[in-house]
Write a protein that binds this ligand. Structure first.
Ligand code: GLY
Length: 387
């Protein structure tokens, strides 16, 4: 990375830290998902505590703790973690998103402080996640059913789950019991086979027959249509497979991450602003800044992994790969530069960082702030500085 970019990233992170000083005081007792008129909402009530995004605010507080060393960030992060205990005790709230909830909170806390209660929470969550594995279809079931009116989702798996697998890899590393990682790898193998298309794009949802395990069909899910390319799904895919490679060393996962990344990079518009779906109609030109932030962080992960492989092959005097992954670094830099120049709200009075985030193409609302966009933006900037 050029010196100019390092200085730029340091300056941007300094501005983020300055803004978060104020935001974190205002939102210390909340678990935010979005903002209304610039003010964080709060999802810590009983009716919403199970929502899949509720680990990210705690994760952001750990990011700030790492950047500043200020104890109050650790205290907020730990209070979010304790609030999530209600989810651990509610079978209906426990879905496949345990990684999103307990990696940024409990696993982070355990790594930083050695707190045995955090280890316990993360292991309970990992056990629950592993218990969602369907042996016939070799996949982890995504969501629970929401009563009689919704579809039967026992056979549904989604690409996002690739980002939950690191909780299972962590549990195996922590307990020395390979079952968790074995489960994660079986799911990743199925995802490689059934989610990733010939051109490197990915399905959002795939349905399997719960008894025979046969693939039934795919769905467009939060994207534009079946067969289209929901951009956040592409980002989860490229990042998730890169992480599976990091934890297992299985070459096919890295190759899959690279294929999805190549597809993503080839479809980044000239503007650098990411639509909700790469196949959506020209109008309305809805954006999803979260996809840009997640993809940037995942592309940096791929860059680091390829750089590591290059260094390894130099050491063992094997032929050095031509491409050391620079293109992934450059694409990430472009995405981040565009976000920070055009899509970050730098006003200290507003609680969010990113603007123009979209949860799903067919939702009623589009282009608002979403907490995980802010989390992955900070994560990507920290990776640029190798923090
Ligand atoms: N994991 C759900 C989403 O990305 O919206």
């Amino acid at each position: 990375m050029s010196e100019e970019y390092r200085i730029w990233a340091r300056d941007v992170l300094a501005r983020v830290t300055e803004k978060m000083e104020k935001v974190s005081v205002r939102s210390a007792d909340k678990i935010p998902y979005t903002t209304k008129d610039g003010v964080h909402d709060d999802w810590s009530g009983d009716d919403r505590i199970g929502w899949w995004t509720n680990g990210f605010w705690g994760g952001m507080m750990w990011q700030m703790y790492e950047l500043t060393g200020q104890e109050r960030y650790r205290e907020i992060a730990e209070s979010v973690e304790r609030k999530l205990d209600r989810v651990l005790m509610d079978a209906q709230s426990m879905d496949h998103d345990s990684g999103f909830k307990w990696l940024p909170t409990s696993v982070n806390c355990y790594r930083q402080t050695g707190n045995p209660a955090s280890r316990n929470r993360a292991l309970l969550a990992a056990n629950n996640l592993a218990g969602r594995f369907n042996h016939a279809g070799q996949f982890i079931r995504a969501w629970n059913d929401w009563g009689d009116n919704g579809p039967d989702r026992r056979g549904w798996a989604i690409i996002d789950c690739m980002m939950n697998l690191p909780l299972l890899y962590w549990a195996s590393e922590e307990t020395k019991d390979p079952r968790f990682a074995q489960t994660a790898m079986r799911h990743a193998d199925t995802a490689m086979r059934c989610f990733v298309r010939e051109d490197g794009s990915v399905n959002h949802i795939v349905e399997f027959d719960v008894d025979s395990g046969a693939m039934v069909r795919s769905y467009g899910g939060q994207g534009y249509a079946d067969g289209s390319s929901w951009t956040r799904g592409q980002a989860w895919g490229l990042y998730g497979f890169a992480q599976s490679f990091r934890h297992t060393g299985k070459q096919a996962y890295l190759e899959t991450a690279v294929r999805i990344a190549d597809y993503f990079i080839a479809h980044i518009p000239e503007s650098g602003l990411i639509p909700v779906d790469f196949c959506q109609p020209m109008e309305p030109a809805w954006e999803d800044s979260t996809a840009a932030a997640i993809a940037a962080s995942g592309l940096l992960e791929i860059w680091q992994l390829l750089k590591g492989k290059r260094e390894e092959s130099t050491k063992s005097a094997e032929s050095v790969p031509e491409d050391d992954g620079r293109k992934y670094l450059e694409a990430a830099e472009k995405l981040l530069r565009t976000l920070t120049d055009r899509r970050v709200n730098w006003d200290d009075a507003a609680d969010n960082l990113l603007e123009k985030c979209t949860a799903a193409y067919h939702d009623k609302d589009h282009e608002f702030s979403i907490i995980y966009g802010d989390y992955y933006l900070i994560e990507a900037l920290m990776k640029l500085l190798q923090l």
